[in-house]
Design a protein around this ligand. Structure first.
Ligand SMILES: NC(=O)c1ccc[n+]([C@@H]2O[C@H](COP(=O)([O-])OP(=O)(O)OC[C@H]3O[C@@H](n4cnc5c(N)ncnc54)[C@H](O)[C@@H]3O)[C@@H](O)[C@H]2O)c1
Length: 367
């Protein structure tokens, strides 16, 4: 019998990493996880859902070269998913965690002479920023919306000469305009990975995920988005706070669809040195998503609109036809994600422990 291949997953204790690990193990791969159990998410402990599964667990930091030198030998494939994701002001931490770590992956693979069969990297839809709009037959790339417009509740992107503009779904070959350090650090890691991968013959694929949803999305992770916030609020019976006017579009994607995209990227020769959008395939207004959460969780919470965040993008919807041309399709909708998340949230008892800082922040509607 052939020796099973080993897949190193950085950030494997997290939401996407653990689901990817389970899918790989179910297909006969050996799973090796490198994770520093970042305090906000795990409170310093390996989560129960990856324990006793026979995974090799390495507690270390991807910013540390020694961690890569220890984890890479014997690995056939790498998923580099560990990341710093937030909207905080410690700008440099995005680059050290997301970009410098990516360079270290290649630096160590080259130094150790390891012929990796594939490297899959987590990038993000955030690299597109506000993306491209069309107005009067012309395409333009808007700047971050001005604070005075947001304060005046002018949330829609305006055409350069005034008037309405139409959002164009993100395509992999369009220019990117990240609006924050997270998006910038992800774009920088894409550039580093594709260049170093090609130069040193280490097959590399970049995945630009839309907002991912599903069980194991930590309620302690303030970055983890609308599903976590809305469900936490709905189950606590406090108002569901929707940013802006709620009319902004998103293409939320279910974690199981992202896992199948990851597996395809790892195995397909056609995916080598390519960048792929991975989105839900359908645009939904955030207010309609909030209504769906309220209905599925059978909550009496009212839905409030109006608050905003400085660097949020107005619309974020990816065109997934490039990945679909390799045979992938999103199979789950937002209702599936909400049902899965609500069931997991209740099973974990999060609705009974609203004493963590992040849940208190949610209760006050400030997350
Ligand atoms: N969840 C989403 O909606 C989404 C959307 C787009 C892109 N992504 C990307 O997908 C990847 C996985 O995201 P996720 O939602 O599973 O996040 P997560 O927070 O659930 O998991 C990330 C994991 O990385 C670990 N980690 C963080 N810093 C580390 C470090 N310095 N060294 C080692 N481990 C570290 C954390 O402990 C955590 O277990 C990330 O790269 C993220 O940027 C996620």
């Amino acid at each position: 019998m052939a020796t099973p291949q080993t897949v190193l997953i950085t950030g494997g204790a997290g939401f996407l990493g653990s689901h990817t690990a389970d899918a790989l193990a179910a297909r006969g791969y050996q799973v090796r996880i490198l994770d520093n159990l970042q305090s906000e998410v795990h409170a310093g402990r390996w989560p129960g859902y990856i324990q006793r599964k026979g995974y090799q667990l390495i507690r270390a930091d991807v910013r540390d070269k020694a961690a890569w030198m220890k984890a890479l030998p014997g690995s056939d494939f790498v998923f580099h998913l560990a990341a710093y994701q937030d909207q905080r002001m410690d700008f440099s931490r995005f680059f050290t965690t997301n970009t410098v770590s990516t360079s270290l992956l290649y630096e160590c693979a080259v130094e150790l002479g390891i012929r990796l069969r594939g490297v899959v990297l987590a990038s993000s839809q955030f690299v597109y920023g506000d993306g491209a709009y069309r107005a009067g037959g012309r395409v333009f790339y808007p700047e971050l919306r001005a604070l005075k417009d947001l304060r005046a509740r002018r949330f829609e992107i305006q055409a350069p000469g005034g008037g309405t503009a139409r959002f164009i779904p993100f395509r992999e070959d369009q220019p990117v305009t990240p609006t924050n350090s997270y998006g910038l650090s992800k774009y920088a890691l894409e550039m580093a990975a594709l260049r170093l991968g090609k130069t040193y013959d280490l097959p590399t694929t970049v995945m630009r995920y839309s907002i991912i949803q599903g069980a194991r999305q930590s309620p302690r992770n303030l970055y983890s988005g609308a599903l976590r916030i809305f469900v936490s609020q709905a189950l606590a019976g406090v108002p569901i706070t929707v940013y802006e006017d709620g009319l902004q579009l998103r293409d939320f994607v279910n974690v199981h669809d992202v896992v199948s995209a990851n597996l395809l990227a790892m195995r397909s020769r056609k995916a080598r040195y390519e960048v792929f959008n991975v989105g839900g395939g359908k645009a939904i207004r955030v207010i309609d998503f909030a209504r769906q959460v309220k209905e599925i969780s059978q909550s009496d919470s009212e839905i409030l609109v109006g608050k905003f965040r400085r660097t949020d993008t107005r619309n974020a919807v990816s065109d997934t036809s490039k990945l679909e041309s390799l045979g992938w399709r999103p199979r789950y909708g937002t209702a599936d994600s909400i049902r899965e998340y609500v069931a997991w949230y209740r099973a974990e008892g999060f609705h009974k422990q609203a004493d963590t800082d992040s849940l208190l922040a949610l209760k006050k509607g400030i997350a």
